[in-house]
Ligand binder design. Structure first.
Ligand SMILES: NC(=O)c1ccc[n+]([C@@H]2O[C@H](COP(=O)([O-])OP(=O)(O)OC[C@H]3O[C@@H](n4cnc5c(N)ncnc54)[C@H](O)[C@@H]3O)[C@@H](O)[C@H]2O)c1
Length: 246
């Protein structure tokens, strides 16, 4: 078991990549605090992941709201005594061409994808510094590296997350808090299900491995970055994109 007795907080854990990560972390012995905006779906995900054990806790939370993030970390500490791992996974898209993009579309995506990760990192960092141990994993995106038409807000949020990861890595390395990012390519989740068929087709043509990714394929890299195997790895962005972008 690679995460035995470690405590992990995962945001956006109700479905998709977050839920797959929760399932794998639980199987590897971690205690979990799961959060998501969608309380009902989160509750059933937590039940499914825990499979009757008492090592999975959950709290509905909007990552864009600082107080709610602090309350989630507080609850994790009350339940399990400490927090070792943070996976900033919650994310949204509000796609539009720049000339049509509203302030709301811009602000919402930045608030959830970038500020949300800042809020959770800030809430975790003090207890992690005290215990001189931490793993922070930010789920960025391939488009934060390569850009994408119609996603100026989303790409900016994910590129921002990469810059934040590197800064945090430099600030926190001396306290044994390692911060890394994952840049997934096209992964089969609710976020990509809604895309028009012709966009999916043109994406598929660009993927060297010739298929879309599964949430589990991101979860496995997340497990590696959460584990003790990365004692000399920080400030890195691991691309998991089937060769979509190199
Ligand atoms: N699916 C992909 O192809 C892909 C590619 C690159 C990056 N990503 C990133 O991976 C992460 C997970 O996405 P996914 O594909 O599993 O999508 P998803 O829509 O299945 O899951 C995202 C989860 O985040 C939650 N969420 C949204 N806003 C929130 C908020 N304000 N507070 C708390 N929770 C909130 C949603 O309710 C949902 O459960 C996101 O950050 C996404 O940007 C996904």
């Amino acid at each position: 078991m690679r995460l035995k007795d470690k405590v992990a907080v995962i945001t956006g854990a109700a479905q998709g990549i977050g839920k797959a990560t929760a399932r794998l972390f639980h199987a590897e012995g971690a205690k979990l605090m799961l959060c998501d905006l969608e309380g009902g779906v989160l509750e059933s995900a937590a039940k499914e992941v825990s499979a009757g054990s008492n090592s999975v806790n959950f709290l509905p939370c909007n990552v864009a709201k600082r107080e709610e993030c602090e309350a989630t970390i507080q609850k994790a500490i009350e339940a399990f005594g400490h927090v070792d791992i943070l996976v900033n996974n919650a994310g949204i898209t509000k796609d539009n061409l720049l000339m049509r993009m509203s302030d709301d579309e811009w602000n919402m995506v930045i608030d959830v994808n970038l500020k949300g990760a800042f809020n959770f990192a800030k809430a975790c960092v003090r207890p992690m510094m005290k215990q001189r141990y931490g793993r922070i994993i930010n789920i960025a995106s391939v488009v934060g590296l390569m850009g994408n038409p119609g996603q100026a807000n989303y790409c900016a949020s994910k590129a921002g997350l990469i810059g934040m990861t590197k800064s945090m890595a430099k600030e926190l390395a001396s306290r044994n808090i390692l911060c890394n990012a994952i840049a997934p390519g096209f992964i089969k989740t609710r976020m990509t299900d809604v895309l028009p068929e012709e966009i999916k087709k043109s994406m598929l043509n660009m993927i060297s491995i010739g298929r879309f990714g599964e949430p589990d394929e991101i979860a496995k890299v997340c497990l590696f970055l959460a584990s003790d195997d990365i004692s000399y790895v920080t400030g890195q962005v691991i691309s998991v994109n089937g060769g979509l972008y190199m």
